[in-house]
Design a protein around this ligand. Structure first.
Ligand code: C2E
Ligand code: MG
Ligand code: MG
Ligand code: MG
Length: 271
């Protein structure tokens, strides 16, 4: 087959070489099958209260146990799922699994908040709040134990629909977090328009908080904003003690990162 080359020229298509569009389609079909076949896994990363040093919650992060390629991180499949709409099925599985895990911890006498990532497509789904309510009711988990993480970008895609959905979720009693805060192109007015309970300062700013005065100023400003609005402040991607100390000095409430623990299956979560 002859294909149009990168710089406007022509090249011979090698049938053995990969075709990105066909690869994506194949991945999508495998994922559709994999979800139905029970190949998704949840890993949990501790969220630590900085003042007490206690693990008060976890973030649930999806992985895919691919039959040939092994355990895949979300970077390998979330985008394909989001573009195709399959992320709704994936998201429903994640919610169900995360709430079931919260119930199992409750039953063992350990109460942990569980944070779940919600994509733009899920947020646009008018059934999201009933999916959440059903999962919570089925497992007898209080809504206040569930945090839904949403990026600024997802919020701004359809702000009117997002406001309605978030209002319903907040009325249920779930908490709403703005994920990767500071990296989207959103106006801050959304913090007034949407019911938001938590700001998660993005790792890209946390990286330099102990050595770069610019990053430190950005983190300080995000934390001040969170605190002035009465929101919980969270820093993600904390890898060093220097970063932790800087965040403590700036009054950050909750920290999450490899320094405190990597995402692991529930049975491997440190007590
Ligand atoms: P996120 O929600 O911002 O999650 C944080 C990511 O940073 C996770 O990557 C986590 O493993 C990683 N991380 C945490 N601490 C550190 C650290 O100290 N250093 C470094 N280098 N990385 C750290 P992961 O699990 O690969 O997830 C990537 C993204 O995929 C997530 O970013 C989230 O946007 C998305 N995602 C994960 N699970 C789900 C899900 O169930 N549904 C949806 N829609 N998206 C998900
Ligand atoms: Mg997140
Ligand atoms: Mg994040
Ligand atoms: Mg992030």
């Amino acid at each position: 087959a002859v294909k149009r080359g990168g710089r406007g020229g022509w090249r011979i298509h090698d049938p053995g070489a990969s075709d990105p569009a066909a690869d994506r389609l194949r991945l999508l079909e495998q994922l559709r099958h994999g979800i139905a076949d029970g190949q998704l896994r949840l890993h949990h990363q501790p969220r630590v209260d900085l003042a007490s040093g206690r693990t008060t919650g976890v973030e649930a992060l999806v992985r895919w146990q691919h039959p040939e390629r092994g355990l895949l991180p979300p970077a390998e499949f979330i985008e394909v799922a989001e573009e195709s709409g399959l992320v709704r099925e994936l998201g429903a599985w994640v919610l169900e699994a995360a709430v079931a895990q919260a119930a199992a911890w409750n039953a063992s006498g350990r109460s942990l908040e569980v944070s779940v990532n919600v994509s733009a497509r899920q947020l646009a789904d008018p059934d999201l709040s009933s999916t959440v309510a059903t999962a919570l009711a089925r497992h007898g988990v209080p809504a206040s134990q569930l945090v839904l993480e949403i990026t600024e970008t997802a919020l701004m895609l359809d702000p009117v629909a997002a406001a309605t959905t978030l209002r319903r979720l907040a009325d249920l009693g779930t908490r709403i977090a703005v994920d990767d805060f500071g990296t989207g192109y959103a106006s801050l007015t959304y913090l007034r328009r949407f019911p938001v309970h938590e700001l998660k300062v993005d790792k890209s700013f946390v990286d330099g908080v102990a050595r770069d005065s610019g990053d430190r100023a950005i983190v300080a400003t995000c934390l001040q904003l969170a605190h002035a609005l009465g929101l919980t402040s969270v820093a993600e991607g904390v890898e060093t003690r220097e970063q932790r100390d800087a965040l403590a000095e700036l009054g950050c409430h909750v920290v999450q990162g490899y320094l405190f623990g990597r995402p692991v299956p529930a049975e491997l979560l440190a007590p």
